[in-house]
Write a protein that binds this ligand. Structure first.
Ligand code: R5P
Length: 304
């Protein structure tokens, strides 16, 4: 049996709210970090403690999402994550658990064009090389890649809590629509949380790998239905907006635009709402106005 260690949580600079909430759920101490950028652009991070023995011999949970935001790029968040792991290791933690609700670079899990890297694997190899003991992500874009990290790695499913939020909004006669074939299994699992026979439909999406332009087709009967369009990520909102336009043209009543990780880059909010969505719903893997559903409890339940 594993020895029970005292737990302590490091609130990463990119997950300030979620980090504190998880620590509260677990009833453990939350420690912050101090960060800055040097004039040459390099990142600096220290764990905000004076007595390093606070860490020694403990199970240390680091919470740091790696999505882009107005205050930091995903590259900066990744570097900060690596720095946190290294400093915790140097202070003699007995166990290091990394919680990265949104993991950057997971959309680069394949080589689409000659000459490309498979950088998703590299990110996991780097984390693994730092010697972590556990790794938790939420609804990762390409679930199999987490096994590139050789420690215990878990992909937490946020669909139940997202579905509960939508139900609380009074959605009726729901149809779940998948914006592309890649998201269909996830959409089917999602539909089960709304009820036994909630139908799942799919649109046909093609993205030009050179330009990133999207073409979407599909003609469904969505008359008088509340439509939930579910994806793992909303980035520029192109996928979601195309799906919403088609759903509206197919007679949808209300449209809920749902993603675990609503990055909402560039003009995503305008594109999605202007296409006809009633609401954009995401989790607090990304700290922005769409983060209406907190992951704190479901993550804490795994960490107990
Ligand atoms: C792609 O396969 C993902 O699941 C999302 O559909 C995609 O990342 C969304 O990107 P955007 O919002 O830029 O269309």
């Amino acid at each position: 049996m594993d020895e029970i260690l005292e737990k302590i949580l490091i609130v990463g600079p990119a997950s300030q709210i979620l980090g504190v909430k998880i620590a509260r759920e677990l009833g453990i101490e939350a420690i912050n970090t101090e960060t800055k950028r040097f004039p040459d652009g390099e990142n600096y991070l220290r764990i905000n403690i004076e007595d390093e023995t606070i860490i020694t011999g403990k199970e240390v949970i680091i919470v740091q999402s790696t999505g882009p935001s107005s205050s930091r790029t995903q590259n900066a968040s990744l570097i900060e994550l690596f720095m946190m792991v290294d400093s915790i290791k140097r202070m003699g933690a007995a166990k290091i658990i990394v919680v990265t609700p949104y993991l950057a670079y997971t959309r680069q899990d394949k080589r689409f064009r000659p000459g490309e890297s498979k950088f998703a694997d590299v990110v996991l190899h780097l984390l693994n090389s730092l010697g972590i003991d556990g790794f938790y992500v939420v609804d990762v874009h390409a679930p199999t890649i987490i096994h590139e990290c050789l420690c215990k790695a878990i992909n937490i499913d946020s669909m139940k809590i997202l579905a509960n939020y939508i139900k609380s909004k009074g959605a009726e006669d729901i149809i779940v629509v998948s914006p592309d074939k890649g998201a269909i299994e996830r959409s089917k699992a999602f539909a089960n949380y709304f009820g036994k026979n909630v139908p799942v439909e799919v649109f046909e999406k093609k993205r030009d790998v050179k330009t990133g332009d999207i073409k979407m087709n599909g003609n469904l009967n969505l008359k008088n239905k509340d439509v939930v369009i579910a994806d793992d990520i909303i980035a520029t909102g192109g996928t979601m907006a195309s799906a919403i336009k088609l759903a509206k043209a197919s007679g949808a009543r209300k449209v809920f635009a749902v993603a675990t990780h609503a990055l909402l880059l560039e003009q995503a909010k305008y594109r999605i709402l202007n296409a006809g969505a009633d609401e954009i719903i995401g989790t607090d893997s990304i700290d922005n106005e769409a983060s209406k559903v907190s992951l704190a409890k479901i993550i804490a339940d795994y960490l107990k």
